[in-house]
Ligand binder design. Structure first.
Ligand code: GCU
Length: 377
């Protein structure tokens, strides 16, 4: 069945393979320089500058030895770790590791930051393990809190205090919650590398909705992640501000309702969504040539699945330039609405497995089922 997106905002997306001064990107070395421009724009205008990678190795400890996960048919074992990313402080993060009892070598791993929502169930762990993956979950809100949603019909929300431990430690950087959460994925990676229990050369990231905005940013900015997945992430994630399909979340709503997710300077684009010099294709192109998958429900109009497809198509210009196949930047759309459903999880693991080990994929991550994607995408 084909779908109609009914785009309202339609304009040409900012170019990926041209430098800001208009000159073309013609070599891999050029692309490395262009990457820096894209990163500087995303950090400088939107998410805020991410804290740097700590110069020391983290101290990592197992604080709960593996116990059987109740209800798991794949004999999932869950253990809990803590990591101290900075040697000079007691700042710590905790994460859960789900491993199949049958794993005989460090397996590839998917890192999810949505522990605040408690999304990992025995079913999710089994979906991971039956496709050969371990699963890690941490609570991104332990890095930067996520103030509860407030109705903004009476006007914009007050500026948030930006007072997490991390924001106080790096006061000069003006990063919002999404960038703080994204930084967390990289610190979990550091910890996994030290622990040696999973195959860090095949570590992927994922998250849902606001957590998917963070996983996409994490994957875009830290190329140690071998694959990047994002579910229903919409505006500020895989969706599009410039190509707005009917029902998509507007930029101004997001600036009013969730100011703490972004840098303070992003507020200057209020009322000027069409003037943004970047869109989600920047994030996706920064993942290239690594596999990048978005999952969405067709009925999740707020997350703008059609705009996400359109920006992924644009990002493929960079995938091709870097000699990656088109299906390395893909999507999986399903019926239904907003959610990180078992079939989304399954799609993420199957997509990563396909790219990591060449196993066949039973669906086409490039198949377009919208009739009216903007020309040029
Ligand atoms: C709100 C917000 C979205 C976000 C979602 C979520 O709907 O407008 O941008 O993705 O919350 O995180 O659940």
């Amino acid at each position: 069945m084909s779908h109609r997106a009914e785009f309202s905002g339609i304009r040409d997306l900012p170019e990926l393979l041209r430098f800001s001064d208009g000159s073309p990107v013609t070599s891999d070395a050029d692309w490395e320089r262009r990457r820096l421009e894209l990163t500087a724009m995303l950090e400088g205008l939107c998410y805020g500058r991410m804290p740097p990678r700590p110069s020391c190795s983290p101290v990592v400890r197992m604080i709960q030895p593996p116990v059987a996960l109740r209800g798991s048919e794949q004999r999932s074992l869950v253990s809990i770790y803590e990591t101290y990313p900075f040697a000079d402080s007691d700042y710590r993060l905790e994460f859960q590791l789900y491993m199949s009892g049958a794993a005989d070598a460090p397996p590839p791993v998917m890192i999810c930051g949505d522990g605040c929502w408690r999304r990992i169930t025995a079913e999710t762990a089994d979906i991971a393990h039956s496709r050969g993956f371990a699963l890690v979950e941490f609570n991104r809100c332990a890095l930067v809190s996520d103030p509860p949603f407030r109705d903004v019909s009476g006007g914009p929300r007050e500026a948030s205090p930006r007072d997490s431990v991390l924001q106080r430690r790096f006061k000069e950087l003006d990063f919002g919650a999404i960038a703080g959460w994204a930084w967390g994925f990289s610190r979990i990676y550091d910890a996994l590398e030290v622990s040696g229990v999973v195959d860090c050369a095949h570590a992927a990231v994922c998250g849902h909705s606001r957590g998917g905005k963070a996983s996409l940013l994490a994957g875009a900015l830290d190329s140690r992640f071998a694959a990047v997945c994002s579910s229903g992430s919409g505006s500020g994630g895989a969706g599009s501000w410039l190509l707005r399909a009917k029902g998509a979340e507007p930029l101004d709503f997001m600036l009013d309702a969730f100011p703490s997710w972004f840098s303070e300077s992003f507020q200057k684009f209020r009322g000027q969504a069409d003037e943004l010099p970047f869109d989600s294709h920047f994030l996706k192109a920064l993942c290239a040539p690594r596999p990048m998958l978005t999952t969405d429900g067709y009925a999740d109009l707020w997350a703008n699945p059609a705009g996400s497809c359109a920006t992924t198509i644009k990002a493929r210009e960079v995938y091709r330039f870097l000699r990656a196949p088109d299906d390395a930047a893909g999507w999986r759309l399903r019926d239904g609405g907003h959610g990180h459903e078992p079939e989304d999880w399954a799609a993420m693991f199957e997509f990563c497995r396909h790219h990591f080990s060449g196993s066949a994929l039973s669906w086409d991550p490039t198949e377009v089922l919208y009739e009216d994607l903007p020309a040029g995408c």
